[in-house]
Design a protein around this ligand. Structure first.
Ligand SMILES: *Cc1c(COP(=O)(O)O)cnc(C)c1O
Length: 848
């Protein structure tokens, strides 16, 4: 091997349209189709050939073609309009500056192992990455000072091919970074800016790249440098590739290298957001930084917790990264040395004693003061899953909240719908996307317009599917007859169901094949035909997922399914876009409650594609009986896996046969009126709530703002508050055994009248703990068997100091009709404790 450097020489752009180059390096183009149209118009064929990548496009386009459009008045008008819009977007004041002027220059750092922004930047595998990409885009729309941190994978995630036997084959492309909308960060000397991390016995150097996403920045780390050993160059080779050792190295590069990259660039985040456990090592690097400045490690931990947010994304055990002791010790040895902590103490931070392994989710949970799941249901499931780490407090009070996911509306709503919204809701509808009142006006769009728009998108989607299948067939050396057949799959007027997502087993892609005869009858009804489009990749190590693909393809090649079931290969953002725009129904059949949120259904629903789903993830929050379809009921879900599969199969066929198909084919003048009404309902109820605009505002209002304030307060006066929080925690933990609710009286009777107050008095022993350091509460809720659920609390007042560390408290609860359980409890409370259970201790009244 020999050393070389790369230069890229671009053809010069005519002066008049020179800003096409700037535009090509800002992912803003990915959600503004008039911007993309400029490139397409110059040379449509080339635009397709370069996979909608404007950087690559400008490198390949001929000078004559550029000269031609630069002299075309019509083109220049469009160009000027796009540029004016771009300049306005980049300079105007936005929601965050208006709402939080005091945080104007507080950076929010968002770490994620994958970012899905556009097909020209294939560094994502699925929903997690697309969510991170959509988060980054909405952060820009809302004006947050936002910087994403991720890895730049030389081979991205794999491309999927289906071979003639119907099996998935994988191919990792060699990405040419010089052709992508990314820029290497160079220092004053003109050389690449690099940082380094220590791995066992060596140092790994990392180059920093930058992606501009509207106003947001994305920093990408790249270890593929000639300075590194051959093995280390592969650390940023494949997303989710390699074994455990590769994974821990990747996560050190992301977490530790990411913090160092931000420092090198002079970016000082006020909030650190860990998007899934992969990047949790960032907390250890921050620990190392503070300790090396002389902050005691326990104090540093409090300061880190103060402004760290952790979002967990999966209840599936395989989705949580774990490492054994030897590997963790080996890889964290250097960090241990630098923090002056012995390795056991450092490992303790992420140690899961029950499983005897180091767990990135546990590390993130312990080091982040704010923790959330990604739908209400997933919040509940996560609290249950993590309850074993908080055994002293009730499961519903485990300090994990939820912020339901969303999608970036401007990226996912079809252009023709956007135009209709402009017409019926007003030109600036996109700026008010979270306003439910505006979306009421969707009802003014006539059935005819709704249906024509949808059918237009459906025809486009079917054309796209046919073209792709033809192309694949050619690549697989199919006969001319086969290729012609591929060009005729799917009927434009038949009810079309879409199912596209990663082929993880819990998503049960093949559920609908459980009764092939019944399915065949459904698809082959001559009056009311139905067809299904599948797409999705299975991880190369997921044998079961690959078998599912094979199974579906086998079905799709034989009667009675041929031509009615198709499998589209290489699912990515571009395929997703076509499908969520243009099928009729979006099917989702995860095994409950494994789908933390799911987002593809939101994309579909926003385009009036009706969601038909198990009541899992986000769907229970959105489904209202009129805006889509539910498979089964929320009540009968506590079933064993095989029972659940059976039950869901039964309800899936029933909802199709009894609801979906009859409604779709109930036509008047060729328009399904009730269906169109459901499409309107879907858009009206889902767009304002399940957008990343709402989601990022919610993160900001509920978590970022609190974390910024806490972070500032904890660092002030040389970490005085962090120190105090730390001392308080230690003091409470050492003295909690003194706390006791000694006696409780109340006026509670079995026959109270509505409007009466329940008056409760307690004698509480605190020992050396002061009354100002606890909250004494009446806890009450519905009395359901052995527990109180739907817990409410009312703080009791200190009435009397009885001496000897004992106090009398009283409180009142106004009661409305119902049966209640109530009791008294004591928990730690302090101005520096966030939420109720920053210290997860509580003492309940024993008997009264
Ligand atoms: C939205 C999206 C996903 C997420 O799909 P789910 O069904 O929510 O899991 C995955 N992959 C791509 C390419 C997407 O666009």
């Amino acid at each position: 091997m020999f050393y070389f450097r790369t230069v890229t020489v671009n053809p010069p752009l005519p002066e008049r349209i020179a800003r096409l180059r700037d535009l090509s390096y800002n992912l803003w183009f990915s959600w503004h189709s008039p911007a993309r149209e400029l490139y397409r118009e110059i040379n449509p064929g080339l635009w397709e050939q370069v996979e909608h990548n404007p950087v690559k496009f400008l490198q390949r386009v001929h000078r004559e073609e550029l000269d031609r459009v630069a002299a075309n008045q019509h083109f220049l008008e469009k160009y000027d309009a796009v540029m004016a819009r771009y300049d306005r977007y980049m300079s105007e004041e936005k929601w965050f500056q208006q709402t939080y002027p005091r945080f104007k220059d507080k950076n929010i750092a968002y770490f994620s192992a994958e970012f899905g922004l556009h097909e020209s930047l294939p560094i994502y595998s699925g929903g997690l990455g697309v969510l991170a990409g959509d988060h980054t885009k909405s952060a820009s729309d809302l004006g947050l000072p936002f910087v994403g941190v991720g890895l730049l994978y030389k081979h991205g995630y794999f491309n999927q091919f289906i071979n003639p036997e119907g099996r998935q084959e994988t191919y990792y492309p060699d990405l040419n970074f010089n052709e992508m909308p990314i820029i290497p960060v160079v220092g004053e000397s003109g050389l690449d800016t690099t940082v380094s991390v220590e791995l066992p016995g060596r140092t790994v150097h990392i180059r920093i790249w930058k992606v501009q996403v509207g106003l947001s920045q994305l920093i990408l780390l790249d270890a593929d440098l000639p300075l590194n050993m051959e093995e280390d160059r592969k650390i940023t080779g494949q997303l989710y590739g390699g074994g455990r050792e590769m994974r821990i190295a990747q996560e050190i590069v992301l977490g530790v290298g990411g913090v160092r990259a931000l420092r090198t660039l002079g970016i000082t985040p006020a909030v650190w957001h860990i998007n899934e456990g992969h990047s949790a090592f960032l907390t250890l690097e921050r620990l190392r930084e503070m300790v090396s400045q002389g902050v005691p490690s326990a104090t540093a931990r409090e300061a880190i917790r103060a402004n760290t947010i952790f979002t967990t994304h999966t209840p599936v055990p395989a989705g949580h990264d774990v490492f054994d002791r030897d590997m963790t010790e080996k890889y964290l040895a250097e960090l241990c040395r630098d923090t002056g902590m012995d390795c056991d103490t450092l490992l303790e931070l992420g140690w899961d004693a029950q499983q005897d392994e180091f767990n990135m989710t546990v590390l993130a949970m312990r080091m982040a003061g704010f923790c959330n799941g990604v739908s209400k249901l997933h919040g509940e499931v996560t609290r249950q899953m993590l309850h074993r780490f908080y055994p002293a407090i009730p499961v519903e009070e485990v300090p994990v909240t939820s912020v339901t996911n969303g999608v970036h509306t401007r990226s996912w709503i079809a252009e023709v719908w956007k135009n209709i919204f402009s017409q019926y809701l007003g030109e600036n509808w996109a700026d008010k996307v979270t306003d439910p009142a505006m979306w009421q006006r969707i009802d003014e769009i006539p059935d005819q317009v709704i249906w024509d728009t949808h059918m237009y998108l459906k025809e486009q989607a079917i054309q796209y599917i046919r073209d792709r299948i033809k192309k694949n067939c050619r690549r697989n050396h199919g006969s001319e007859a086969l290729i012609a057949e591929a060009g005729g799959v799917l009927l434009p007027h038949a009810l079309t169901i879409g199912f596209a997502r990663r082929f993880a087993t819990y998503k049960r892609a093949a559920l609908i094949f459980n009764d092939p005869e019944r399915l065949a009858a459904i698809l082959n009804d001559l009056d009311r035909p139905v067809q299904i489009v599948f797409a999705g990749k299975a991880h190369p190590k997921d044998g079961e997922g690959q078998e599912l693909i094979k199974k579906i393809i086998d079905f799709s090649r034989e009667e009675p399914f041929k031509g009615k079931i198709v499998f589209l290969e290489n699912y990515d953002i571009n395929v997703a876009r076509h499908l969520v725009h243009g099928v009729d129904v979006w099917l989702n059949t995860p095994r409950w409650p494994m789908e933390a949120s799911g987002t593809s259904g939101m994309k579909a629903a926003m385009n009036g594609v009706l969601h038909c789903s198990v009541l899992d993830g986000w769907w229970p929050e959105a489904y209202n009986g009129k805006n889509g379809f539910a498979i089964g009921h929320p009540g009968d879900l506590q079933l064993h896996e095989t029972q659940q599969d059976k039950s869901d199969t039964y309800y899936l066929y029933r909802v199709l046969e009894e609801k979906v198909i009859p409604l779709y084919y109930d036509r008047q003048n060729d328009i399904p009126g009730q269906w169109a009404a459901m499409m309107r309902s879907s858009m009206r109820t889902i767009i304002p709530i399940f957008s990343t605009a709402r989601m990022v505002m919610e993160y900001t209002d509920r978590l970022y703002a609190a974390a910024i304030d806490r972070g500032i307060a904890f660092m002030e006066s040389n970490y005085a508050a962090a120190e105090q929080a730390c001392r308080f925690k230690r003091f409470i933990q050492e003295n909690w055994h003194h706390v006791k609710v000694e006696r409780t009286d109340s006026n509670g009777r079995w026959d109270m009248q509505a409007g009466e107050e329940l008056v409760v008095g307690s004698v509480v022993k605190l020992g050396p703990i002061r009354p100002s350091e606890v909250a004494v509460e009446i806890a009450f809720g519905s009395d359901q068997g052995p527990y109180i659920s739907n817990l409410n609390t009312i703080i009791m007042e200190l009435k009397e100091t009885l001496g000897d560390g004992t106090y009398r408290y009283t409180g009142k609860v106004p009661l409305s009709q119902g049966t209640y359980g109530y009791t008294v409890r004591v928990r730690p409370a302090h101005q520096y404790m966030y939420g109720k259970f920053e210290i997860p201790l509580v003492r309940w009244a024993e008997c009264f």
